[in-house]
Write a protein that binds this ligand. Structure first.
Ligand SMILES: Cc1cc2nc3c(=O)[nH]c(=O)nc-3n(C[C@H](O)[C@H](O)[C@H](O)COP(=O)(O)O)c2cc1C
Length: 313
């Protein structure tokens, strides 16, 4: 597929996943399979973000793939991270967890493709009007911070029909059959998050990956993140405490969010999950993570999904 002058051999975006879940290793592996590998730039030092982009670039040998970054609009360093991504000339900036109008002017004319994540037709149309090169439409069944209660299956088709730019469907694409179902709604490609956490190249702790493999249907619940947005997470005692709004105020704070409820620290909880801490980690996951039953390499994932997304529109 094409997004402007950018060719992408396989229309699969590996969703950006903070905090240090999607880094250079995973992103390069995805780009080398011809998809869009994405480094998450949220809540990591700017210099580390820059280094990861450079490391991924060095390891990408397939010209048919692309390197993107994902930056949360809700992050306090959003503008600085965008600047780093532009300086490093990534192929694509994907931004979610909020909507920024300012970024369109900053990216315009740089050649970097801008791909906002939206969850409604209204926002999709605004993004198109402001100059988005493509959009990711993400439902409330997805991993990460959410912009709607509706599942991707219920919002994607209407948005595809309402805009003329390429659309990637996100949320609930876990199996090749899910990708087929999403493509049938008219999207140009898919974005997957959970499936790539349970990949050999993902840099989270093995316990995080095993949790995905062992999760049963119904084990994912919604919490209100301290970022002020809902998010899906795997049930645990700690998650229940967050849901019950127990006072879990962090001892220290680096003001990583523009606005934070300070009821608990989502960054700390995600870092702990990354390190496999069952007691205080919050394991973000898409609602359909229970469908994952093995940890695969990125190549194995692409081999399974490729023919489902390579369809002539
Ligand atoms: C652990 C985890 C962390 C995530 N972090 C981010 C993030 O930093 N920014 C973002 O836009 N989306 C984030 N997401 C969402 C993914 O990029 C992707 O859109 C979503 O997981 C798709 O739903 P799926 O998991 O059902 O495939 C995250 C998802 C997971 C599972």
């Amino acid at each position: 597929m094409k997004i402007g002058d950018l060719n992408i051999d396989v229309p699969i975006i590996q969703g950006g996943m903070a905090i240090r879940a999607s880094m250079a290793r995973l992103a390069a592996a995805v780009a080398n399979e011809g998809g869009v590998g994405v480094i998450a730039g949220t809540a990591i030092p700017l210099e580390e973000f820059r280094e990861e982009i450079r490391k991924a670039r060095k390891n990408i040998v397939n010209k048919g793939g692309a390197l993107g970054v994902n930056i949360m609009v809700a992050a306090s360093t959003f503008a600085e991270s965008v600047k780093v991504a532009l300086e490093e000339k990534v192929d694509m900036i994907i931004c979610g967890a909020g909507f920024s109008r300012d970024i369109f002017e900053k990216v315009k004319g740089t050649g970097v493709k801008l791909v906002p994540i939206v969850s409604s037709l209204k926002l999709a149309k605004i993004a198109e009007k402001l100059g988005a090169d493509a959009i990711v439409v993400e439902g409330g069944n997805a991993g990460g911070h959410l912009g709607t209660d509706k599942d991707s299956w219920d919002i994607v088709e209407e948005i595809v029909k309402g805009v003329s730019i390429p659309v990637f469907g996100a949320g609930g694409v876990i199996t090749p059959a899910d990708a087929e179902r999403m493509m049938a709604l008219g999207v140009d490609g898919v974005q997957m998050g959970s499936r790539f956490i349970a990949s050999k190249e993902c840099e989270v702790n093995e316990e995080f990956k095993e949790k995905y493999v062992n999760t049963k249907e119904g084990d994912v619940v919604q919490i209100m993140s301290s970022a002020g947005l809902p998010a899906n997470a795997i049930k645990s005692e700690y998650v229940s405490r967050v849901i019950n709004e127990e006072k879990l105020t962090p001892k220290s704070c680096i003001s990583c969010l523009k606005k934070c409820s300070r009821k608990f620290c989502v960054k700390d909880s995600l870092v702990k999950a990354h390190n496999g801490n069952e007691t205080e980690g919050i394991f973000f996951a898409g609602k359909d993570v229970w469908k994952i039953n093995e940890i695969l390499s990125v190549k194995e994932i692409f081999d399974m999904f490729k023919d489902k997304v390579l369809i002539n529109k």
